[in-house]
Ligand binder design. Structure first.
Ligand SMILES: Nc1ncnc2c1ncn2[C@@H]1O[C@H](COP(=O)(O)OP(=O)(O)OP(=O)(O)O)[C@@H](O)[C@H]1O
Length: 235
C-alpha cells in the first residue's frame, strides 16, 4: 500500500546550517509516529519540511504517493495534513474562535453552514464548545491550543502533525485531548517532550539527534501496572 508520507535521504538546512541529513521516514495508515529528541535537534524543522514550509536541500519527499518538491505540489497535499504549530499564535488569525475553526473547512469548499457545523462539532468534541464566540487572541494559552486542534479536526485530515500538542494544557483538557487523539481515525506524527503522553499514544517512535533521525523502540513492560516506554534502539 502507498505510504502517506515517505522521505528518502532528505537533507534540511536552516539559515545556511545543515540541521538534518540522510532522513528516511515513512508513515503508513493507522500509525502514530512520535518524534522525540532534545531542544533544537530539528523536530519542528522536520515537520515543516514534510509539508514544504521549509525547503529540503536534497532527497525525496512523497505525500500520498506523489513526489513533492514545488510549492504547487505541496499545496495540493496540505489540505490532507493538519499541522498543529508549536506556537498557537502562528495558527489563529480570525477574530473569533468559530471563524477560526470554520476557516479550514470553508477553504476546502464547504458551505458556511457546513463549515460552522464541523467547527462546532470539533469544539464540542474537545469539550470547548463554550468558547465558540470568544475572541481568539484573548484566550488562555491552553484554550488556544485546543482551539487550534479543533480547527484541524474540523478539516477531517488524513494525517495530523502535532508539534507539542499538550503544551500549556491542564489535566482535564489534557484528558479530552488525549481521548480525541486516540479516537482520531487517521495517522499522525507527534512531536512532544511529554513522555507519558508519547508512551500512551504512539505506536512507533524515532529520535532526532545529532543531525540524524534514528529508530527508537517502544517496549511494553508488565510491572504492578502495565505501561510502555520509548527506548533508543541502542539502550
Ligand atoms: N527561523 C529560524 N531561522 C534559523 N534557524 C532556526 C529557525 N528556527 C529554528 N532554527 C534552528 O534550527 C535548529 C532546529 O530547530 P527546531 O526548532 O527544529 O528544533 P526542535 O527539535 O523542534 O526543538 P524544540 O524541542 O526546542 O522545539 C536549531 O538549531 C534552531 O536554532
Amino acid at each position: 500500500m502507498t505510504a502517506l508520507i515517505e522521505l528518502r535521504d532528505v537533507t534540511i538546512a536552516r539559515a545556511g546550517a545543515t540541521v538534518l541529513s540522510g532522513v528516511d521516514l515513512t508513515l503508513e495508515r493507522g500509525e502514530r509516529l512520535a518524534l522525540i529528541g532534545p531542544n533544537g535537534a530539528g523536530k519542528t524543522t522536520l515537520l515543516r519540511s514534510i509539508v514544504g514550509l521549509e525547503p529540503a536541500g536534497g532527497g525525496s519527499i512523497r505525500l500520498f504517493g506523489e513526489e513533492c518538491s514545488t510549492e504547487r505540489q505541496f499545496r495540493k497535499a496540505r489540505p490532507r495534513i493538519g499541522f498543529l504549530f508549536q506556537d498557537s499564535d502562528d495558527q489563529l488569525f480570525c477574530p473569533t474562535v468559530i471563524e477560526d475553526v470554520a476557516f479550514g473547512p470553508l477553504n476546502m469548499g464547504c458551505t458556511m453552514a457546513e463549515a460552522r457545523e464541523r467547527g462546532i462539532a470539533a469544539l464540542e468534541g474537545l469539550g470547548i464548545g463554550h468558547l465558540a464566540e470568544r475572541i481568539s487572541h484573548r484566550l488562555s494559552g491552553g484554550e488556544k491550543r485546543l482551539v487550534c486542534l479543533a480547527g484541524l479536526f474540523a478539516m477531517q485530515p488524513d494525517v495530523l502533525m502535532l508539534d507539542e500538542p499538550t503544551n500549556g494544557v491542564d489535566v482535564d483538557n489534557g484528558l479530552r485531548l488525549r481521548q480525541a487523539l486516540h479516537d482520531f481515525p487517521g495517522a499522525m506524527v507527534l512531536v512532544s517532550h511529554d513522555t507519558e503522553f508519547v508512551d500512551e499514544l504512539a505506536t512507533r517512535a524515532m529520535v532526532v539527534r545529532r543531525g540524524r533521525l534514528i529508530a527508537a523502540e517502544i517496549h511494553e513492560h508488565a510491572h504492578v501496572h502495565r505501561h510502555r516506554h520509548v527506548h533508543l534502539a541502542s539502550d
